[in-house]
Write a protein that binds this ligand. Sequence first.
Ligand code: FDA
Length: 304
Amino acid sequence: LVIQALKSAARNERMKHSVQQSTELYPLLLKAAKRYVTGEKRQDAIPIAREFIAKDYQISIEFIGENTTDLLECQRAKDEFLQLIEDMGTLAMKQTVSFDLSHIGLSVNAELAYKHLVELAQKANQYEITLMISMEESSKTSDILDIYKKIASQYSNVGITLQVHLYRTEEDIQQLIQYPGKIRLVKGAFQEPIDVALKRSAELNERYLHYAEQLINANHPISIATHDEALIQEMEQRQYFNQPNVEIEMLYGIRPDLIHQLKAKGYRCKVYLPYGSEWYLYLCHRLAEYPENLFLAVADIINP
Ligand code: FDA
């Protein structure tokens, strides 16, 4: 029930509007969000990114947003990403920029998303920056993969996120392994019908290991993006993290202790740093996937 409520709250425009308008609620929730979000502007994300880089982490920055249906908003989002790439490039940060295709045009049409993606890929290429496309609801998977295949045959600096929980991933991975771009393996954040996706389970973890092994055996660039400690331990025992082309990636503020331990062992570790005024959506997602975080949010709000 709590999960459902948080997921609905994330997408409820009236609720979002009320939060944005409330001079009392807004700063309190923003305080809780700051555990997971670097701030509202890219100028908030960049100094935090530089701190991580100074500690020898890699980073991935996301300007938060999704399902943008207004053409001008899509252009604004694309311009913000261009500026982010420019800022990172000027600072010689040869790192990663992550985004949802539905933030830069896919919810208008696939052509717009592709056109904007080409602009981002060109600019990123100029600065040796990698682009990582996120994966969204299963209703969008085919469109996202079609766009990825088109761009990946021209730009090797563009990668794709694959959700292990989708049954179709077994076939998708066979095709995607043919492209040079990095594959980020995630369990999957969206609730999907049971004939489309597996729930969190031992079987899901087995599939995770299976796909990771396939990619590692093919020496394909892979990002192991999970906070699941038991799964990570299993992969460590199997020596996955000692292989070339393998990195471990976690979301900012989630299991910072665990990524720190892995970093101390010398593995390649990356932190995913989101920013943007849509932090409310992002906060609701993080609370919904792990409702125990609600206690942390309350503590963050109460603590001076
Ligand atoms: P799982 O959900 O099974 O949790 C295992 C354990 O991890 C928990 O028991 C807990 O200890 C810890 N944990 C997990 N979530 C936590 C939280 N919010 N707070 C505190 N502890 C938590 N999804 C997607 O559909 N499309 C995408 O593009 C992306 N992109 C992406 C990038 C990166 C870098 C990461 C790390 C994740 C994503 N995801 C994603 C999200 C992913 O699909 C998944 O929902 C979350 O990573 C949670 O799943 P875990 O693999 O961590 O395991």
